[in-house]
Every structure is written in structure tokens, then in C-alpha cells.
Design a protein around this ligand. Structure first.
Ligand code: AHM
Ligand code: MG
Length: 321
């Protein structure tokens, strides 16, 4: 297990060294993500202030047009990831179509990301995050993004919360790095994260319960209440999943009458989180199948999501059809 305090760059390089045949491309790709994360984090920290300073005609102190934070995060991700030359193509929640990289025309990887998830929480100073999922390039066009989650090469998220954390898996366990602003580095603070076998918290938007299409889900939540569970729901997937990863329990965004496939996106929300939770010893399902086995048909496809400790997800599957 890597030592606490190790910085993310060194961790990435040491992981690479375990694979003597590695070309170093994935390491460079992850470092580009790390740089983008640092820049997004600094914008998130300044968000309230930028808004005040930008109010007069939406122009900031440098005389530049003020971009919305989610658009800005998308721009930062695109710039850094394209510039790295390590990605053949990029798909973002903010863009209808994938972007093909000129610099990365021979690159081995493709990446899907949500540049700033939980955008409804930006204005109220609540944790938000960036989520990413990396696959091997298998062709020339959209088929690169239509690969099952279990084929991910790496996945992770950055949470902009009371501290900034980078949580990463490359298929060899899950590690969490906390940003130290004094030195400008992500330092290993949570080595080899394991989700508890069972938790005491459920996390779901219960205001939608009357619209849920599976009645078993209502009975399941009632059962958790009887068993003494408590409820936490932030409305930022990154924050809700991060808490679930650390404390156990379950997070869900089910299908309902309005959102027939739920709300969350398979490629850059559900699949990367499912991979992280699995690597930490947990489980995830759409209610019908493991999220990691879903073969995407569209880059912005939605799926019902239930993610968490093994006990809770096993029990959930006994209740829902
Ligand atoms: P976004 O990508 O537009 O920010 O929406 C995704 C977010 C997730 O972070 C969160 O889990 C979910 O939407 C909350 O939705 P709701 O407000 O319907 O409970
Ligand atoms: Mg999102």
C-alpha cells in the first residue's frame, strides 16, 4: 500500500512502474486531469466573489467576459486534456458530440467527463465535483464511448468540498488525495479506501417517491427506516457518493414517471462511480443489472443508479423487481 503523504504525481509514476510495458501515456493523461482539477478548484473557491465582481455587465476585473462555472470547467478540461495529446477523443456532459483531438490522433485513450457535477449547488456553496472515466481507444469514432463500464482503464472524481479531494482508481483499489493549497499538491490522505460492508445512511431524493415506478423501492426505504437508518441527500452526486464510499450505506437515483431511465448519465456519472465503488468492495446496480455491464447506446444515455455497500445493495435487490 502506498504511504500517506505521497503526492499524486509520484503515486501515478509508481503505479506505472508496476507495469514495465507501460508507455507512460496513462500517467501523462492523469497528470493533465490533475492540472485541470487544480485550476477548476481555484475557480470554485472564487465563485462567490467572481459573481459579485462580475455583476456589472458580466465582465470580470480583467475585462474578460464572465463564464458560468460549469462552462468554465468544461473549457479548462478541454484545454488541458486536448493539450496533453494523450486522448484520441473526449466526451463531456456539456457537449452534444465528442471532440476529436488533433494532437491526440494516435493516442491510446478516450475520456468521458462531467466537468462540474451538481451545478444546482454552486450558488449555495455546497460541494460539487468533476467526474471522469477513461477507456482504451478501440476504433475511429463514437464506438470508443460505447464500451461497458467494466472495461474502464481508470475512473475518478474530484470533490470541491471543505477540502478538495482527488479520488482515483486504475483498477487496483481506490486512493484519495487531499489538496494541500500551501504546496499546491494532492497528497495521499486516504490510501486503499474500502467501503464499509454495511452502513447506516440512505441517500435518495424522497420527494420523488410518489413518482417512483417500482413500489418495492418504497418498501425497501421503509425497511431501512425501521432498521434505524438515517437520511442524507446533498443533490450533488459526487458528494453523496463520496460520503457513501467513506461511511457506507446506499445512494440511489431511480427511474420515475418523469425520468423513465432516472436522471444520471451512464458514461460520466454512473459508470465511473460504479467502478470506484466496486474497486472499494461495494456494489452497484440499475435494479436490473450491474451498472458496469450496461453497454451504452448513446453517449448521453441515462440509467437508474443504486450504489453502495454490499449489504444494502443486496437487500435492495430483494425488494425491487
Ligand atoms: P447536473 O449534472 O445537472 O448537475 O445533475 C446531476 C445531479 C447529480 O449531481 C445529483 O445526484 C442529481 O443531479 C440530483 O438531482 P435531484 O435534484 O433531482 O435530486
Ligand atoms: Mg452531472
Amino acid at each position: 500500500m502506498a504511504e500517506k503523504g505521497m503526492d499524486l504525481n509520484r503515486f501515478i509514476l509508481e503505479e506505472e512502474r508496476k507495469h514495465p510495458s507501460a508507455s507512460g501515456s496513462l500517467s501523462l493523461a492523469l497528470m493533465a486531469l490533475e492540472s485541470a482539477a487544480k485550476i477548476i478548484a481555484s475557480h470554485v473557491r472564487m465563485a462567490g466573489l467572481a459573481d459579485v465582481l462580475g455583476q456589472a455587465g458580466k465582465v470580470n476585473v480583467q475585462g474578460e467576459e464572465v463564464q458560468k462555472l460549469d462552462e468554465l470547467s468544461n473549457t479548462v478540461m478541454l484545454q488541458h486534456l486536448l493539450d496533453s495529446g494523450q486522448f484520441y477523443a473526449l466526451a463531456s456532459e456539456e457537449l452534444n458530440e465528442p471532440v476529436y483531438s488533433h494532437k491526440g490522433k494516435d493516442a491510446k485513450y478516450v475520456i468521458a467527463f462531467d466537468p462540474l457535477d451538481g451545478s444546482s449547488n454552486i450558488d449555495v456553496n455546497v460541494s460539487i465535483g468533476t467526474i471522469f472515466s477513461i477507456h482504451r481507444r478501440i476504433g475511429d469514432s463514437v464506438e470508443n464511448f460505447l464500451q461497458e463500464g467494466y472495461k474502464q482503464v481508470a475512473a475518478g472524481y474530484i470533490i470541491y468540498g471543505s477540502s478538495v479531494m482527488f479520488v482515483l482508481t486504475t483498477g487496483n483499489g481506490v486512493n484519495g488525495f487531499t489538496y494541500d493549497p500551501a504546496v499546491g499538491m494532492f497528497l495521499l490522505s486516504h490510501p486503499d479506501i474500502k467501503i464499509p460492508e454495511k452502513g447506516k445512511i440512505y441517500s435518495i431524493n424522497e420527494a420523488n417517491a410518489h413518482k417512483w415506478t417500482d413500489e418495492g423501492l418504497v418498501r425497501y426505504i421503509d425497511k431501512l427506516k425501521e432498521e434505524g437508518y438515517t437520511s442524507r441527500y446533498i443533490g450533488s452526486m459526487v458528494a453523496d457518493v463520496h460520503r457513501t464510499l467513506i461511511k457506507g450505506g446506499m445512494f440511489g437515483y431511480p427511474a420515475d414517471r418523469k425520468n423513465k431511465s432516472g436522471k444520471l448519465r451512464l458514461l460520466y456519472e454512473a459508470a465511473p462511480m460504479a467502478y470506484i465503488i466496486k474497486q472499494a468492495g461495494g456494489r452497484s446496480t440499475t435494479g436490473k443489472m450491474d451498472i458496469l455491464d450496461v453497454k451504452p447506446e448513446d453517449i448521453h444515455q441515462r440509467v437508474p443508479v443504486f450504489i453502495g455497500s454490499k449489504k444494502e445493495i443486496d437487500q435492495l435487490l430483494e425488494f425491487i423487481s
